[in-house]
Design a protein around this ligand. Structure first.
Ligand code: NAD
Length: 259
């Protein structure tokens, strides 16, 4: 199927890798123009070239914790392609120094809160005026299954940040529901991306321990997340807002999983 978001303009943060990259590729394949905000400049240039250049995609160096850079990202989408229809606020980190609360220091806590949670506040704040003016828009914020489930293999600031993303998305979805703007939280289960690979490379036992809890017995693929984001971005999900959209291979529904 193609053309499901024909003529729409999307902003994607963290669009140079993993879930964000797969979504950028899918968005363009489905007819959208995309502005990518990321800090991976070499990858960004390559992604845009591979997609066919400035006619369909633009890369900007944007640290999502910086308000001015985030504001410039959404303004560029409007100025370059004419509107801001879709915001996929997705950039996030999961550094190893964020661990059990007993071992995580304040600097590590704050860094993850800034990149994972404050960034989503900044992106929503920047996107909403454009969407409210045009009386339409779809915001998808990347939370995680850890926003709804506790983990004994803790990353305390990461989990708390994703809980914040989920709650903020729900509240914005409710607040702006009658003004044509939908806001949903994508809650991926464990997905096969550099972020997860990096985390588990140092600790294969931890990876195996997590996999036991996924009924499907595997990690998700970035393309499977992109399909879900496309659905939330498109009019196919026109009656869905303030939603906890779990795409997790059954993880959050499981008590005992198959052997
Ligand atoms: N991979 C998983 O298992 C999983 C599960 C649940 C949720 N998530 C969430 O999905 C999102 C994407 O994760 P991924 O696995 O695709 O990660 P990834 O590491 O593959 O990609 C993250 C991207 O964000 C960019 N980024 C990092 N810090 C940034 C900053 N300050 N400003 C701008 N860009 C920045 C990176 O350069 C990278 O391109 C994250 O929010 C993550 O928390 C991932």
């Amino acid at each position: 199927m193609t053309g499901r978001i024909d003529g729409k303009v999307a902003v994607v943060t963290g669009g140079c890798s993993g879930i964000g990259l797969a979504t950028v590729q899918r968005f363009v394949a489905e007819g959208a123009k995309v502005v990518i905000g990321d800090i991976a400049d070499d990858a960004g240039a390559k992604v845009v070239a591979d997609l066919g250049g400035a006619d369909v995609a633009t890369y900007m160096h944007v640290d999502v914790t910086d308000k001015d850079e985030v504001d410039a990202l959404f303004k560029t989408a409007k100025d370059t392609y004419g509107s801001v229809d879709i915001a996929f606020n997705n950039a996030g980190i999961s550094p190893p120094e964020d661990d059990s609360i007993l071992d995580t220091d304040l600097d590590a806590w704050r860094k993850v809160q800034e990149v994972n949670l404050t960034s989503v506040y900044l992106c929503c704040k920047a996107a909403l005026p454009y969407m409210l003016e045009q009386k339409s828009g779809s915001i998808i914020n990347t939370a995680s299954f850890v926003a709804v489930m506790g983990s004994a293999t803790s990353q305390i600031s990461y989990s708390a940040s994703k809980g914040g993303v989920l709650t903020m998305s729900r509240e914005l979805g409710v607040q702006f529901a009658r003004e044509g703007v939908r806001v949903n939280a994508l809650c991926p289960g464990p997905v096969n991306t550099p972020l997860l690979k990096e985390l588990f490379a140092s600790d294969p036992e931890r990876a195996a321990r997590r996999l036991v809890h996924v009924p499907m017995g595997r990690f998700g693929e970035p393309e499977e997340m992109a399909s879900a984001v496309l659905f939330l971005a498109s009019d196919d999900s026109s009656f869905i807002t303030a939603n906890t959209f779990l795409v997790d291979g059954g993880l959050s529904g499981a008590y005992v999983t198959p052997l």
